[in-house]
Design a protein around this ligand. Structure first.
Ligand SMILES: [Zn+2]
Length: 325
């Protein structure tokens, strides 16, 4: 068997075991992508490499962000969460933290950038469901965002405590024919399962928890907005790989107020392998097979055999390239 045939065999067998990042059991609804698992939930095992693989879908070069705070108590007792998250999105762009996602590219050579366009926030004091479905969250986005954008990312913060084993997720869907991205966040006040245990002063615990999971979902939206771009063989996206792994006490944002946040790291293929694997490279490695779209296997694969073929060796994972001050 020659090397190409071996690689193809390994590719097919890996694809049969591949996990999707969509964790929504109802496949008729918008997906639940990259759910940020609570601390007590174990990380899924990887059969071989933790590296993210490119699956042929889009990335977001520069997101346009508007936040939505949905629920009656946002009008009466927001605490520091609205003002704090407003500063978070105002000042995340261009930071060393944002740059931890920049290595990811698509098949046409687009590359994630660390810049972000922020359009402010909307407070909707109508009551939100206690456990909204993904289509209910998308519906709220479509109701409140007057000019939806294809590069839009609309994080939705409800005012009810967590139900389930995840702290947040991201997703996508259509508002009047425009494909948009959105995030979903529970109220995490007093929720030990979703608490980054930050020691940064001047931020409430509830705000610190939202900031950590918001960094997670924004990072995943940039590298895997539709759940078909960059994720590992076990279905984990770049922030999932590093959930609850922090590079230090805090990261710095471009702001004089709320300048420090404790946010987890993001997976970097480059930091772990010492070279950049691009969408183009991956397509050259493993060309997309032809056939009906619904039966078409995903594009890329990494396995011990393929790693050996490429001269790669597995190393202990590095969870972050974050520059800490
Ligand atoms: Zn995630």
């Amino acid at each position: 068997m020659n090397r190409f045939a071996l690689a193809l065999l390994v590719l097919v067998s890996t694809l049969l075991n591949a996990q999707s990042p969509n964790k929504n059991p109802n496949k008729n609804e918008p997906p639940i992508l990259g759910p940020h698992r609570a601390r007590s939930v174990p990380k899924p095992a990887t059969a071989n490499s933790n590296d993210l693989l490119y699956h042929g879908g889009p990335i977001i070069v520069t997101p346009t962000v508007q936040a939505i705070f949905w629920g009656s108590s946002w009008g009466t007792s927001p605490g520091d969460k609205i003002t704090g998250m407003n500063v978070f999105y105002e000042s995340e762009g261009g930071t060393p933290y944002a740059a931890t996602v920049n290595e990811y590219t698509d098949s046409t050579g687009h590359q994630v950038s660390s810049s972000l366009t922020y359009g402010g926030y909307i407070v909707d004091t109508t009551s939100s469901p206690k456990h909204p479905s993904t289509s209910q969250v998308l519906g709220e986005v479509c109701r409140r965002i007057s000019n939806p954008q294809t590069n839009g990312y609309y994080p939705v913060y409800i005012d009810h405590p967590r139900k389930g084993n995840y702290c947040a997720y991201h997703s996508w869907g259509s508002c009047g024919g425009v494909e948009v991205q959105f995030g979903f966040f529970w109220k995490l006040d007093g929720d030990a399962g979703c608490d980054p245990q930050s020691t940064v002063s001047g931020e409430s615990q509830g705000l610190q928890a939202l900031a950590n999971v918001s960094g997670h979902e924004l990072s995943e939206t940039r590298s895997d907005p539709h759940g078909d771009a960059w994720y590992a063989s076990n279905g984990e996206e770049n922030a999932d790989e590093c959930a609850w792994t922090f590079g230090g006490a805090y990261v710095s944002f471009n702001s004089s107020t709320y300048a420090k946040w404790k946010i987890q790291g993001n997976w970097s293929n480059e930091a772990n392998d010492g070279f950049r694997v691009t969408g183009r490279t991956k397509r050259m490695m493993a060309p997309a097979p032809t056939g009906p779209a619904t039966l078409r296997p995903k594009t890329a694969s990494v396995s011990p055999a393929l790693d050996a073929w490429m001269g790669r060796t597995k190393k202990a994972p590095t969870h972050s390239k974050i520059a800490l001050i």
